[in-house]
Design a protein around this ligand. Structure first.
Ligand code: ATP
Length: 444
C-alpha cells in the first residue's frame, strides 16, 4: 500500500522529469540504475548550491584552500586509504526474485524485502569501487579506480598545497566533484546514486586542538543548512555515531527528515592521523605527510577533521522541503487549474530567480530589454506564451520566486508588477530600482 509520503516522492520525481529538473540517465535505452541527469532547471539549482558551499567554505575563509583534483588517481591511493580491501558492503541475493540487498539495510536478513521469500543467499562481500583501465592494455597491471570519495586526493596533495599557499596549521583544503560507488541498491531517487557529487573539506590541525575544531565545524555545517540554505531546524537532526571507525575519535551525521524518513546528508568526522600516516607508509614519502610546527618545535602527522556532504542529497533535500500543493489560493488568482504545484525554493538557489512576462506580445520590445538587463544580475527567464495565469503556474512549478510583469501602464509609469510566488501578492516596483529590489529580496 502506498503512503502519502510515497505519493509525495512519486509526485516529486514526476515533476522533476516534466519540468527538466532531474531525470534518469540514458532513458531512451531503458535508463541505468543509479545514474541521473540534471536538466535545464536542475543544473542551475545544483550549481547554485555548489557555489554557496564554495563561497561559505573556501572564499569567505583565510584558512581554507580550494582544490580540483582528478577523478582517477594512482591505484596505490586506494590501497593506502583502505578502500580496496575494506570499502565493501555485505550483500545477499533473493533466490526467488533475484533481487540484491545490503544486509545492513534489511529488517530481517533472512526475508526478501521485495517478494517476502525466505530464500536469501548467505551474505557476501561486495566492493564498491568502480574499476577501469588506464592505457591500451586491459589487464590488472593497468587497472585504476574512479574515486569513491573526493577527500583522498586532498591528503595526497596536502604538502604541495600547504607550501604553495604558505599556510600554517591549522588550515583546511576543500574540493567538490564527482565520486563513484557501485552501490548495491540505488534507491530513493537521487539519494543513493552510483555517480554523485561530493563537497568535502579536510581540516589539518594539532591533535590537542582537534576536538575544538570538531565542535567548530559541527556548528558551521549546521549553520550552513539552517542559515544559508534556510532549512527549518526541526527538519534536521544530529545523529552521533556510537560505532566509530577504529581510527576515529568522534563522528556525527547531519540528517534531514526526507519523505522516506530521517537520513544522512552530511558527515562530520574526526579522522585522527589515520589518513596522513597511511599515505606516508604506502608512498614512503613521510616528509609529504608530516608537518614541522615552528611554534611548537615539533614534527607530527596532522590530525584531520572532515566535513563531507553530497550535493545530490542536498538538492533532493531542497526539493523535498520546497514541494507544496495548494488549492484555495489558486482560485483567488482566478486560474483554471484547481491545484497549484509550487516549489518554495530559497531564492538563492532557485533555477530561475526572476521571470519576465510581458502582458501582451505588443510589449515584447521593452520587456525583452528589461529581461536582458536583469539577466546580468540574476538567473532569468523570458516567457510570452499563454495566459498570464498559466505562465505564473509554470514558474511556480520550478520555484521562481519573482515574476516581473511588464504591462501597458509600464510604458507611462516606468514601473512593473512583481508577483511573489509564496504570498501570491503583487507589488509595483519602478524599473530603475528593480535590480536593487530583487537583490535585497534574493540575497538580503
Ligand atoms: P551512506 O551510509 O548513506 O552510504 P556514507 O556514510 O557511506 O553514506 P560518506 O562516505 O560519509 O557516506 O559520504 C559523505 C557524503 O556523501 C554522505 O553524507 C552523502 O551526502 C554523500 N553520499 C555518499 N554516498 C552517496 C551516494 N551513493 N549517493 C549520493 N550521495 C552519497
Amino acid at each position: 500500500m502506498s503512503t502519502p509520503n510515497d505519493d509525495l516522492m512519486a509526485k516529486l520525481v514526476a515533476l522533476c522529469k516534466r519540468r527538466g529538473i532531474i531525470f534518469q540517465s540514458s532513458e531512451m535505452y531503458g535508463g541505468i540504475n543509479g545514474f541521473w541527469d540534471y536538466g535545464p532547471k536542475g543544473a542551475p539549482l545544483k550549481r547554485a548550491v555548489e557555489q554557496l558551499w564554495w563561497k561559505y567554505m573556501v572564499e569567505e575563509r583565510d584558512n581554507v584552500e580550494g582544490l580540483d583534483s582528478t577523478i582517477i588517481c594512482h591505484p596505490e591511493v586506494w590501497r593506502a586509504s583502505g578502500h580496496l580491501s575494506q570499502f565493501s558492503d555485505m550483500m545477499t541475493d533473493c533466490t526467488v526474485c533475484k533481487k540484491r540487498f545490503r544486509v545492513d539495510q534489511m529488517e530481517d536478513p533472512n526475508t526478501c524485502p521485495a517478494c517476502g521469500a525466505k530464500a536469501m543467499t548467505p551474505p557476501r562481500e561486495f566492493n564498491l569501487m568502480m574499476k577501469t583501465f588506464v592505457g591500451p592494455v586491459f589487464d590488472e597491471e593497468h587497472a585504476a579506480y574512479l574515486r569513491a570519495e573526493t577527500c583522498q586526493p586532498i591528503f595526497v596533495d596536502f604538502n604541495t598545497i600547504r607550501v604553495a599557499s604558505r599556510q600554517k596549521l591549522p588550515f583546511g583544503i576543500a574540493q567538490t566533484g564527482k565520486s563513484f560507488r557501485n552501490e548495491i541498491n540505488p534507491r530513493n531517487f537521487t539519494f543513493r546514486s552510483r555517480e554523485f557529487m561530493q563537497m568535502e573539506m579536510e581540516f589539518f590541525c594539532h591533535e590537542s586542538e582537534s576536538m575544538d575544531w570538531f565542535d567548530y565545524w559541527h556548528q558551521e555545517r549546521w549553520n550552513f543548512y539552517t542559515k544559508i540554505l534556510g532549512i527549518p531546524e526541526e527538519k534536521l537532526r544530529i545523529h552521533w555515531h556510537d560505532k566509530l571507525a577504529h581510527y576515529a575519535k568522534k563522528a556525527l551525521d547531519i540528517e534531514y527528515l526526507f519523505p522516506f524518513g530521517w537520513d544522512e546528508i552530511e558527515g562530520v568526522h574526526h579522522r585522527g592521523t589515520w589518513d596522513m600516516s597511511r599515505h606516508a607508509e604506502f608512498s614512503k614519502q613521510e616528509q609529504e605527510c608530516k608537518y614541522f610546527d615552528q611554534d611548537r618545535k615539533e614534527t607530527y602527522f596532522p590530525t584531520v577533521v572532515e566535513t563531507s556532504c553530497g550535493l545530490d542529497r542536498i538538492c533532493l533535500m531542497l526539493l523535498c522541503n520546497a514541494y507544496d500543493e495548494d488549492t484555495a489560493d489558486t482560485k483567488k488568482e482566478g486560474m483554471d487549474e484547481d491545484v497549484r504545484v509550487v516549489l518554495h525554493l530559497n531564492p538563492k538557489v532557485a533555477p530561475v530567480q526572476a521571470a519576465v512576462l510581458p502582458l501582451s506580445k505588443k510589449l515584447e520590445g521593452p520587456a525583452k530589454e528589461l529581461y536582458c538587463k536583469l539577466r546580468n544580475s540574476f538567473r532569468c527567464e523570458y516567457d510570452v506564451t499563454g495566459s498570464i495565469g498559466k505562465r505564473y503556474r509554470r514558474q511556480d512549478e520550478v520555484g521562481t520566486p519573482f515574476c516581473v510583469t511588464y504591462d501597458f501602464d509600464s510604458e507611462n509609469d516606468h514601473a512593473v508588477t512583481v508577483r511573489l510566488r509564496d504570498a501570491m501578492t503583487q507589488e509595483r516596483v519602478p524599473v530603475t530600482g528593480l535590480v536593487q529590489w530583487l537583490t535585497d529580496k534574493i540575497y538580503g
